[in-house]
Design a protein around this ligand. Structure first.
Ligand SMILES: Nc1ncnc2c1ncn2[C@@H]1O[C@H](COP(=O)(O)OP(=O)(O)OP(=O)(O)O)[C@@H](O)[C@H]1O
Length: 278
């Protein structure tokens, strides 16, 4: 049976001067089942965002195919524009409209629905992310984690066929980041949403995903469950990458353990390790 989302032999490149191209992603294959949550994990510059942009329809592949729910989005002579793909996106910087209240922010993508139906859907999404009492507030009145939940509610309001998340937690402090990653996983599972996330944070990828594709220089070097990546690394590169992520985690946990009574120290450990992590 064909998968829900399929990327086949995808070649992605950026223009690099006169009729020349800088290849970023090479011959990439990937497939997701309905309701699966997957992450692309890798160092900065390995091509994660470039893949999301191609799936969203913001860039056209040089070659290869993208198929979603049986519909060819990009391929031989075919290119469906982003607004017709029914794909939701959530970014690291919330991207909420500061001059609109939370109700209008959540309802932004469903402006064409009849008023009563729209109000119901906004209420449903606000409940889903646990912020049904904040609908009259403005984004600046909410914490970073709350704003990111509103961004999720807004992305999900139009019932997208697929949700793309680009480093959605990286502007949050490290505690909120992990808590929210678990919360978002619960919300996506509850709604049966298929999602593809990109991150350079192993903790985040492991917290949210059913499957993780570890990327290196434009290729997926291992596609596996978090357990599989951890316990059965397919190469030295994967082993080193995972060990480095574990070492950061251990260091952070140790600092927290020692600094438990002292919030100021905990805060500073948080910020030091967020910067190391990024
Ligand atoms: N608009 C662009 N034009 C030219 N080159 C680009 C463009 N966007 C990205 N690149 C290049 O493509 C490569 C992959 O970038 P991409 O943003 O996909 O990486 P990433 O893995 O998402 O990194 P990060 O974690 O830092 O966001 C990098 O070498 C980058 O310089």
């Amino acid at each position: 049976m064909p998968s829900y989302l399929t990327l086949e032999h995808l070649h992605l490149a950026y223009p690099n001067g006169r009729s020349r191209w800088h290849s970023v992603v090479h011959d990439l294959d990937l497939s997701l089942e309905p309701g699966e949550i997957a992450s692309l994990l890798g160092e900065s510059g390995c091509g994660k965002t470039t893949i999301l942009r191609a799936v969203a329809g913001l860039d056209m592949p040089r070659s290869g195919r993208i198929v979603l729910d049986g519909q060819e989005l990009a391929g031989d002579g075919c290119f469906v524009p982003p607004e017709q793909r029914r794909i939701g996106m959530m970014f690291q910087d919330y991207a909420l409209f500061p001059h609109l209240d939370i109700r209008a922010n959540i309802g932004f993508g469903i402006r064409r629905l009849p008023a009563a139906q729209r109000a119901d859907r906004i209420a449903e999404m606000a409940r889903l992310v646990g912020l049904e009492h904040s609908l009259d507030k403005y984004p600046h009145e909410l914490s970073g984690g709350q704003q990111q939940r509103i961004a999720l509610a807004r992305a999900m309001a139009p019932s997208p066929r697929l949700l793309l998340l680009d480093e959605p937690f990286s502007s949050l402090d490290i505690h909120t980041r992990e808590r929210l990653a678990f919360e978002v996983r619960d919300i996506l599972k509850e709604t049966g949403t298929t999602a593809l996330l990109v991150t350079h944070s192993q903790a985040e990828a492991f917290a949210i995903s059913d499957s993780v594709g570890l990327m290196h220089e434009g290729r997926i070097v291992q596609w596996d469950t978090p357990y599989g990546l951890h316990h059965h690394p397919a190469s030295d590169y994967v082993r080193r990458f995972i060990r480095h992520g574990d070492a950061l985690e251990d260091r952070r946990n140790e600092i927290f353990r020692r600094a438990r009574p002292d919030t100021a120290v905990r805060e500073s450990a948080n910020s030091i390790l967020s910067s190391v992590d990024s």
